[in-house]
Design a protein around this ligand. Sequence first.
Ligand code: C2E
Ligand code: MG
Ligand code: MG
Ligand code: MG
Length: 274
Amino acid sequence: NAKKSPTADVCYYKSWMKDKEKNHFSLARSIIKGLEKEEFISVYQPIFSVSTGKLMGFEALARWQHPDKKVLGPGDFIPLMEEQGLISKLTEQMLSQSLTRLSSWQEKQPDLFMSINLSAQDIQKPTFLSHLRYLIAHHRLIPDRVILEITESLLLSDWQQASNVLNALKEIGVRLALDDFGTGYSSLSYLQRINAAKLKIDRSFIQQSTQTGDSRLLQSIVQLGKTMNMSVIAEGVEQVQELNFLRIIGCDQYQGFLKAKPMLAEEVERDLWI
Ligand code: C2E
Ligand code: MG
Ligand code: MG
Ligand code: MG
């Protein structure tokens, strides 16, 4: 209908750009609204002992229960939250929800731990440590039952600052887990610099070992963790053969769809302690 002009294509392209920007902007806005309305919830993936099968603890994983969308996973909102400086608000809510659950679930099993994922911005936020201290005191938790999962990228931005916060965390008495181990660039040097209690082997190493039948790398990572006196956790265990192999090589704990997917708190309470 519109009259064709030499710039028609350009105009079309420009308005398409604006639409994209608008969507990006409106997603950020609905994230902010969602955070205010507490639409972000934690689900909990159980972590088990490899040798005995005993439930040891949970990893808290974020989901967005948007009123008119299906439930969204971290891939749909974490990158934008990090980009927009919104992630530490999410972490506060995740900590608050998951440590409330931990304190209640410890009445049924006192030795449980709760593991929470951190982003770089979390440790840069001045109120992070005080909020954590408050929650631990409020719920009367034993600090070493609280595990904070960190990745290399969290340490890369500002090593001195990160190292100060990690020392403060050690003083509080919470423990650290190195998440997605082996997928970054400087894993080995930071393994030595950070005195973490747990090493989480990325799912890709479990998959690769199963698919290629070559398990030398997986075995070496487990050995490395044990040598560093860490508790080694395998992520993404989907097959019984994988679990059997982890038992043979002495991996300590595992999480994976083989035994349990991330669950709603209500499902944990209904299914895990009858
Ligand atoms: P992650 O910390 O490595 O968490 C493990 C991921 O592996 C989870 O994905 C979990 O659902 C998935 N997983 C566990 N077992 C299996 C399995 O057997 N097979 C397969 N295919 N997947 C399995 P999810 O929940 O989608 O989370 C993805 C990532 O998003 C997490 O990886 C973590 O890096 C990040 N994330 C999740 N929640 C938070 C959060 O509250 N804060 C921050 N900063 N990051 C989060
Ligand atoms: Mg994790
Ligand atoms: Mg991760
Ligand atoms: Mg991981």
